[in-house]
Design a protein. Structure first.
Length: 87
């Protein structure tokens, strides 16, 4: 999978471009999310997300959705999702 190449920090744009197939589409998505401005530069929130790995972003999405601690989640790189650990 192409997106597996862009899992690290500072690869937000490259990873999203690989996922959606077009840099123009990726930039539009990031603009809509408030991660880049009209000039195409990262905003403060964009810099924060860009500094995260794919795993950290997935866990952050799960935390925002559930309100639970990030340590309660396991990352699956094949699906780019974080699921709650079983007890």
């Amino acid at each position: 999978m192409v997106t597996q190449k862009f899992m690290g920090r500072n690869q937000l744009i490259d990873r999203l471009t690989a996922q959606v197939g077009s840099k123009e589409t990726a930039m539009g998505i990031l603009r809509d999310r408030g991660h880049i401005d009209a000039k195409g530069e990262l905003t403060a929130e964009g810099r924060k997300r860009n500094a995260m790995t794919a795993e950290e972003r997935a866990k952050d999405r799960a935390v925002k959705k559930t309100g639970k601690n990030p340590n309660n989640f396991i990352y699956n790189p094949k699906t780019n999702t974080a699921t709650q650990k079983r007890r």
